[in-house]
Structures are given as C-alpha cells and as structure tokens.
Design a protein around this ligand. Structure first.
Ligand SMILES: *Cc1c(COP(=O)(O)O)cnc(C)c1O
Length: 400
C-alpha cells in the first residue's frame, strides 16, 4: 500500500526536527524543469533547490557520470590521492581563471574555509598581529548556518539561542561602498559579500558597487571574497555574477550547482598567495574532494558550458523580467533580478508572499517566498521560452 501526501507529512513531523516549514508537497521524481509529487501531480520547479539544480533535475549526463563513478570508486579520503580531484581542480581553475581551488562539501563549509584562509593570509602575508584579524560582512547577508557564520547573520532568528559567537566580524550596509571604506582598519583581512543577495530577497546592489569594492579592497590590501554559491555558475546570466561588473574577486566560494544538485560539492577558488597558506593538516574534510563528488562536478560544469546555460539565463531572464513587469496587479511593488534570478517584490498590503506561493502550488508551479514579501523565481536554466510563458500565465493569474 502506498503512502499518501498526508502520511509522509505526518511521519516527517513526528520523526524529523522541525527546522523548516516546507510547502505541503511531497516530491518523488524530477526531470529537467519538472517535478512530480507522490499523487502523480506535475509541477514546474521555480526554486531549483535554491539554484543547486541549474542544469535541471536528474540531468542524464550528470546522472551518467555519477553512476559510472559510483561503480568505480566513491571515496578515498584525502589520506590517498584519487584520479578525479586533479582533473576537477584543473578544469575549474581554467574555467574561472583562478590559480587554485580547495574542495569541500556544503556551501557553509566553503564559506568557513574562505574565512579561515583569509585569517591565515592576514597573519602570514599581510602581517596582522596574531588573534586580531577582522572580517567585514553585509547586512542582509546569507552565508550559511555554522556558529561562526551566524555570528554575522543579520537575521535575529538565525542567532537566537545559539551563542556565544565568534569574535572578529563586523557588519556594514549592503551596497554602500563608502561604508566599506570607513569600516576597514589595519587589522581588516577580508570583505565577504554576495554579488546579488539571494536569501536577502534578490537584492541587486547599485551599479559600480562591485567595481568600487574591488578598488577599495585593493587599496587597503583586504581580500575581496565573493560568495557565489547561489549567484555563480550561470544563475545570473554569467558564469560568475561578478563578471557583470568586470571584476575579479580574490576569493570565490561555489557550491549548489557545482554538482547540478546531484551531490553536495563546494569549493573555494583563489590565488596561490591565498590558498597557499594551507599546509598539510591545517584544514580538511573526509568527503571533500572525493572522486564521486569530483566526477559529478566535472560533468556538471561541462553541461553548463555545452548547453550554454549562462547565455540562456541572460536571454531568458531578460525576457521573463519584461513579461513579469507587464503583469497588472494591485499587489506587486517591483520586479528585480539578473538572468533567471528574479524576485517579485510584493506591497505590504499583499499579506505576504507565502499565500501566493501556495496558490501557485495549486496551479502546478513551485516557488518559495523569501523575506516574507518576495516571490523568488529561479527555475532550472534549461527551461524553455514556452515553459516560461506558461509560468507567467500562472503567476499573472494569482497576482490578479
Ligand atoms: C546556500 C548558500 C550558502 C550555504 O550553502 P549550504 O550548502 O546550504 O551550506 C552560502 N552562501 C550563499 C550565498 C548561499 O546561497
């Protein structure tokens, strides 16, 4: 006897910690931009697992690479070498133009790794006195959920009950380059920033912001760390969102779509001067850089290039934003974003975005509200124009 949606939900509520409040849809299968629930209903996925599934659900080439590698060798630990890690390192560095990479598993671990690298770089290269390194981050940020990372989370809920926190962090307003310049001291080692804030509500900073961040960081010998875990790998219409302003950060974190959603894979990219600070034993992870992860990531990157997903995202994103802006609705304040990374910002009187997401669900479109008042639209980048047109119809209907 097969279980119903209600059965699965009651099991999960009973046995699983309640650290999420998901929409009540129980998914069992995915293909491209579509997912199916246990009752056989089909939905267009407009969240893409927070942009982890840019290549589409169960992309046959990535599944193929995963199955092939899983049957050959899955895990060696870094106590031994494997024949996939060197190739991923080379391919990722050549693709992005960085000198070195360090593989991890989750996004939060990549951010932690970048912070550790920045601190050690500060002490060993910049000459900051031991124990005094400062790192600046932004209001509205999202960088993950470890205790150190929530230290500088602006969300009270993310911090409440989890102290004491890690010293050495400072928050400044997002999008304000002058505030960055004012906050820097001789002990500042890094500025950590998202090129577009995703969880913060698809906040696109003012034009030239990243250019000025680059200039200020260079002038003060501070590492510019771009967290591209959500914005990277084609989501905003470029391989890295920083490319929109033609800037190269010192350190980039990647995760999510690095595996096409197939497996947790993350990485830190930087110059040799930065990642070179790690010696044997300084940092590590049992699963980081395992051959299964590396084989999956190599194929996931090839799919992004071969299927021109950056270009698709740029083109279709522009089209979708224009179509969404044509929708006449008493509830919509503005539509913003870059590429297929789009937020529909609702007016306060709309009564929150959640109820619209529930209405969209009943019409076969899955989207997730962010920050209460923003409907985030980030479908897999393999979506077609016809599928986008269908999505616009559903969205227009619920916003009418
Ligand atoms: C999702 C995300 C993270 C954290 O990644 P996890 O894999 O959930 O740990 C960090 N930074 C940004 C910008 C993200 O969107």
């Amino acid at each position: 006897m097969s279980l119903t949606t209600a059965d699965y939900i009651s099991l999960e509520e009973r046995y699983n910690a309640h650290n999420y409040a998901p929409l009540d849809v129980v998914l069992t299968r995915g293909e491209g931009v579509w997912v199916w629930d246990v009752e056989g209903r089909r939905y267009l996925d407009c969240l893409s697992a927070y942009s982890a599934v840019n290549q589409g659900h169960c992309h046959p080439r990535i599944v193929g690479a995963m199955v092939e590698q899983a049957q050959r060798l899955a895990l060696t630990s870094r106590a031994f070498r494997n024949d996939q890690l060197p190739l991923l390192a080379q391919e990722l560095c050549e693709l992005t133009g960085f000198e070195m990479m360090l593989p991890m598993n989750s996004g939060a671990e990549a951010v932690e790794t970048a912070l550790k690298a920045a601190r050690k770089w500060g002490y060993t290269v910049k000459g900051v006195p031991d124990g005094q390194a400062e790192i600046i981050a932004c209001t509205g940020n999202f960088h993950g959920r470890t205790i150190t990372i929530i230290t500088f989370s602006p969300e009270e809920q993310y911090r409440a009950g989890f102290g004491p926190f890690t010293p050495g962090f400072k928050l400044i307003p997002y999008g304000d380059a002058d505030a960055l310049e004012r906050a820097i001291t001789p002990h500042t080692v890094a500025f950590l920033v998202e090129p577009i804030q995703g969880e913060g509500g698809i906040i696109v900073p003012p034009e030239r912001y990243l250019k000025r961040v680059r200039e200020i960081c260079t002038a003060h010998n501070v590492l510019f760390i771009a967290d591209e875990i959500q914005t990277g790998l084609g989501r905003t219409g470029k391989l890295l969102a920083c490319e929109h302003e033609g800037v190269r950060p010192d350190v980039v974190t990647l995760g999510k779509a690095l595996s096409g959603g197939m497996y947790p894979v993350s990485a830190v990219l930087a110059a040799r001067e930065v990642l070179g600070v790690f010696g044997p034993g300084d940092h590590g992870s049992t699963f980081g850089g395992n051959p299964l992860a590396c084989a999956v990531a190599r194929e996931a990157l090839r799919v992004i290039s071969d299927e021109h997903l950056c270009e698709r995202s740029a083109e279709l994103g522009e089209y979708l934003i224009a179509r969404l802006r044509e929708i006449e609705s008493p509830y919509v304040q503005t539509v913003r974003g870059k590429g297929l990374f789009i937020g529909i910002v609702l007016k306060p009187e709309a009564g929150g975005a959640r109820r619209f997401c529930e209405m969209l669900q009943s019409r076969g479109l899955l989207a997730k509200e962010t920050h209460g008042t923003v409907i985030r639209l980030a479908p897999p980048l393999v979506i077609t124009k016809e599928e986008l047109d269908w999505a616009v119809e559903q969205i227009a209907a619920v916003l009418a």
